[in-house]
Design a protein around this ligand. Structure first.
Ligand SMILES: *Cc1c(COP(=O)(O)O)cnc(C)c1O
Length: 421
């Protein structure tokens, strides 16, 4: 054991005995972060997938400043405010047609808890016994108990396993094995009378940036529909342009019954999340009987400053320039990985929209692969913010990233593979 150098702050997903040196960042601008000793870091993972248009985007910053001086917090039961009203309206315009209500919360995990509670509340209130949730292998939906229960079981949650609720898991639709996934879903829907199926559309993020095609998403929705199983799209990571369209479900023409958005909802400036649902789900809770109320809230539900940031973000999405940037980043990313497809050090070189991922060929794989921390340290030394998932390296940049930045990122990745080979 290393001597215990007490760090008063307990950092997330950090093993302090192995990694106790935190890099202090003092400011951010666009795709860059600047350290206290004035090194410029390229943020190749959008600060854990949240920053979309770049750090400290001027329109988002000024919206926050303006709202902070006007109304910075208000109870949201029985009260409302312009930023929340405007964001809800804009969201319902952007979201798949057929989704009608917006419930606010403050993190992706909370938006998933809300989605699960909406689904269970729906069946409860219409008097049908349906409580089982179907999930996809390798999924990640957050770190609270409900979100962990519907996520992959493994090292992240081994200590809590006995208290996680039981779910039915269908296999990930790996290339060439899609039918097995669809068959498993069909059988679960037919035999287990489930309440809902929850899935990350097109890309499974924390599970290793695993990608599957839109037609599989489309088919999964069709199967759920046929058995009245509620379809929950967790777009917490895939939303806001990451997969090449604002929401991944668009590519499959899928209208989810319930959808979760967070991360890039404020452009990555402030914590905020929403759970959207179809009218039937709201209606099942709509009653003069108060026991049918949707009993969920967090203190900061629809915080006005966070909503003002989201409003500024949604305004940016009205601009064609934003959509051009997405397409440009997708093209640059494809060009960047083209050469790596033939590189013998890498396997499964893949891309979905603006996200690329590749697996470093190593003997040990999985999230705790020894190569993970070594890669992370190597990238830190190169002033690149990349945080591989085990031996899977991925690039998910903010949309203001330049070809030059990507050049530096991929040069770093190739050098790391050579150095650690
Ligand atoms: C990050 C993530 C979450 C959890 O969001 P938090 O804001 O970290 O609670 C849920 N689902 C998916 C798909 C995510 O990527």
């Amino acid at each position: 054991m290393m001597p215990n150098k007490r760090c008063p702050i307990w950092h997330p997903f950090t093993q302090h005995a192995l990694d106790n040196e935190m890099t202090k960042v003092v400011r951010g601008n666009g795709a860059y972060l600047y350290t206290a000793d004035d090194h410029r870091i390229i943020d190749a993972i959008s600060s854990w997938w949240v920053v979309t248009h770049g750090h400290c985007h001027p329109q988002i910053v000024s919206a926050i400043q303006e709202q902070a001086g006007k109304l910075n917090q208000i109870i949201f039961a029985g009260y409302t405010h312009d930023p929340a009203e405007e964001v809800a309206q804009l969201l319902l315009k952007l979201a798949p047609r057929g989704v009608d209500h917006v419930f606010y919360s403050d993190s992706g995990s909370a938006s998933v808890e809300v989605a699960l509670k909406m689904a269970l509340g729906y069946w409860h209130n219409i008097g049908e016994q349906r409580t089982r949730i179907v999930v996809m292998q390798h999924s990640y939906h957050g770190d609270t108990f409900g979100a962990m229960s519907v996520g992959a079981r493994g090292v992240f949650n081994a200590a809590y396993g006995p208290l996680l609720f039981d779910v039915t898991s269908i296999p990930f639709p790996a290339s060439g094995r899609e039918q097995a996934t669809l068959d498993a879903l069909e059988s679960a829907c037919r035999n287990e009378n489930p309440a809902a199926f929850i899935v990350e559309p097109l890309v499974l993020g924390a599970g290793g940036m695993l990608m599957y095609p839109a037609w599989v998403l489309r088919e999964m929705k069709r199967i759920c529909e046929a058995s009245d199983v509620l379809f929950i799209a967790d777009e917490v990571m895939t939303g806001w342009g990451r997969t090449g369209t604002i929401f991944a479900c668009e590519q499959a023409n899928v209208v989810p019954d319930i959808a979760c958005y967070s991360k890039g909802l404020t452009g990555g400036a402030l914590p905020l999340a929403v759970t959207l649902c179809r009218a039937e789900i709201f209606d099942a809770h709509y009653s003069e009987d108060r026991t049918r109320t949707f009993f969920h809230s967090s203190s900061y539900t629809a915080n006005p400053v966070a909503c003002a940031a989201a409003k500024a973000n949604l305004d940016l999405w009205k601009d064609q320039e934003c959509h051009r940037r997405i397409a440009a980043v997708a093209t640059m990313q494809e060009q960047a990985i083209e050469a790596l497809r033939a590189n013998p050090r890498f396997a499964n070189v893949r891309r979905c929209g603006t996200i690329t991922a590749l697996d470093l060929k190593t003997r040990d794989t999985g999230y705790l692969a020894g190569v993970g921390p070594k890669l992370h340290a190597f990238f830190k030394g190169r002033n690149l913010l990349l945080r591989p998932l085990g031996n899977t390296i991925y690039v998910m940049p903010p949309y203001c990233v330049t070809a030059g930045d990507l050049g530096e990122i991929y040069a770093g990745i190739c050098d790391a593979a050579d150095a650690l080979a």
